[in-house]
Design a protein around this ligand. Structure first.
Ligand SMILES: NC(=O)c1ccc[n+]([C@@H]2O[C@H](COP(=O)([O-])OP(=O)(O)OC[C@H]3O[C@@H](n4cnc5c(N)ncnc54)[C@H](OP(=O)(O)O)[C@@H]3O)[C@@H](O)[C@H]2O)c1
Length: 248
């Protein structure tokens, strides 16, 4: 397990799913974790309580990342808690929409890009003053960038933009000693991939993978904790596939 004692971390979308597992994993490694949520306040409270019960430090922080000024509001709240030092930013909050090209509306498209691309972009911008040599930023990409799975073209494009940002952010922030990477999960058992709860959906997911089981959020979280830690000090500008060998 990576050691993050004394580090401060913000995990967006930490009320549920992959973000929840990342928050718990970073806390287990010793970080103080800000558990961001949008609507699911009770779920965020439960994550904070679980971290505190295990002897860790955590606090919830709210913001709607669909709003244009959501990232700015969140950054302000984060700075009010951690002051001028944030070591780890995991921009995990995301939305997906499964729809054929013909059925994708402008509103769907705008929402996907607002939450999945604009929010991480401006969160990084707004939190940069708190980041310094050794800080690590991790964004959430997807298997859908590399291969055409499902009817999720607009979602996949938003995650493609994330991969592009990783490279440009890493190049721009490397001289300051700030690393920027992404993880690209395959299908993970969360609310977002509810299709895995049907037999047909499960078969499809298993059929893509070398490992014949559906990933759990913890399978992703440990890799994020690695990227956030000094063990990954020479890794930047990369998207790490964590997909159980999907579509090899
Ligand atoms: N599940 C998969 O198979 C999979 C695969 C590849 C990549 N990913 C990526 O992994 C990340 C996490 O996905 P997940 O499966 O854990 O999703 P999830 O279970 O649906 O959880 C999404 C999280 O994002 C937050 N969120 C969504 N919209 C928001 C908004 N407008 N403002 C603030 N917070 C918002 C939610 O907060 P509240 O509930 O508090 O509102 C929740 O905590 C996403 O970026 C997703 O694209 C997932």
């Amino acid at each position: 397990m990576s050691q993050l004692t004394g580090k401060t971390a913000l995990v967006t979308g930490a009320s549920r799913g992959i973000g929840r597992a990342i928050a718990l994993s970073l806390a287990r490694a010793g970080a103080q974790v800000l558990v961001h949520y949008g609507n699911a306040e009770e779920a965020a409270d439960a994550v904070v309580a679980e971290i505190r019960a295990a002897g860790g430090k955590a606090q919830k922080v709210a913001a709607n990342l669909r709003d244009a000024d959501g990232p700015h509001q969140l950054a302000k709240r984060v700075r009010a808690i951690v002051g001028d030092r944030l070591d780890i930013l995991v921009a995990n909050a995301g939305v997906s929409k499964s729809a054929p090209i013909e059925a994708t509306s402008v509103e769907d498209f705008n929402q996907l890009f607002a939450v999945n691309v604009r929010a991480p972009y401006f969160l990084v911008q707004q939190l940069l003053p708190t980041m310094c040599k050794g800080s690590s930023i991790v964004l959430l990409s997807s298997l859908a960038v590399r291969t055409a799975v499902g009817a999720i073209s607009a979602y996949a494009a938003s995650k493609g933009a994330v991969d592009t940002l990783v490279k440009h952010f890493a190049a721009a922030l490397g001289p300051r000693g700030i690393r920027v990477n992404a993880v690209a999960p395959g299908v993970v058992a969360t609310d977002m991939s509810s299709f895995t709860k049907t037999e047909a959906g499960r078969e499809t997911a298993l059929g893509m993978q070398a490992f014949k089981r559906i990933a759990q959020p913890d399978d992703i979280a440990e890799a994020v904790a690695f990227l956030a830690s000094d063990a990954a000090r020479w890794v930047t500008g990369d998207t790490l596939r964590i997909d159980g060998g999907s579509r090899l």
